[in-house]
Write a protein that binds this ligand. Structure first.
Ligand code: FES
Length: 132
């Protein structure tokens, strides 16, 4: 853990003066390096990045949410089950219950090993989420 913190600080130092100077591509590159280091960009690290690069915390948070491949979540896979009317009528709720039983979690929860996070959506028709 201490080693990661040291690597984070040296990474922040490398990007100082570029990522915080309105260079959004540099900020995204910095976020990708942090994602590689931690497997995610947790909120506390986002705050450290914003502070170190003199960037708005809301900009950092927005980039983490919008850039594919970046996540603030500390889980490996997110499972999203549609509970909308069309999918429910075709067995969507049964699928949700089967996943809940198999993983032992409810929607909004993460397995204790941090591998799976379960979410529900009312309709996925216009949502494209791909997280590996
Ligand atoms: S109801 Fe399931 S995708 Fe729309």
């Amino acid at each position: 853990m201490e080693e990661k913190k040291t690597i984070l600080e040296s990474t922040l130092e490398r990007y100082r003066g570029t990522a915080g100077a309105g260079d959004q591509q540099a900020l995204i590159a910095l976020l990708r390096e942090v994602q590689q280091l931690y497997g995610c960009v947790p909120t506390v690290i986002q705050q450290r990045i914003a502070q170190a690069t003199e960037t708005s915390p809301s900009l950092v948070a927005a980039l983490v949410k919008r850039i594919p491949g970046l996540t603030e979540a500390e889980y490996r896979h997110q499972i999203t089950v549609c509970t909308g009317p069309r999918c429910s009528s075709k067995g969507g709720i049964a699928v949700l219950r089967a996943i809940q039983d198999a993983l032992g979690i409810l929607p909004g929860e993460t397995t204790t090993d941090g591998r799976f996070h379960l979410e529900t959506r009312n309709c996925l028709k216009n949502v494209v989420t791909l997280r590996m």
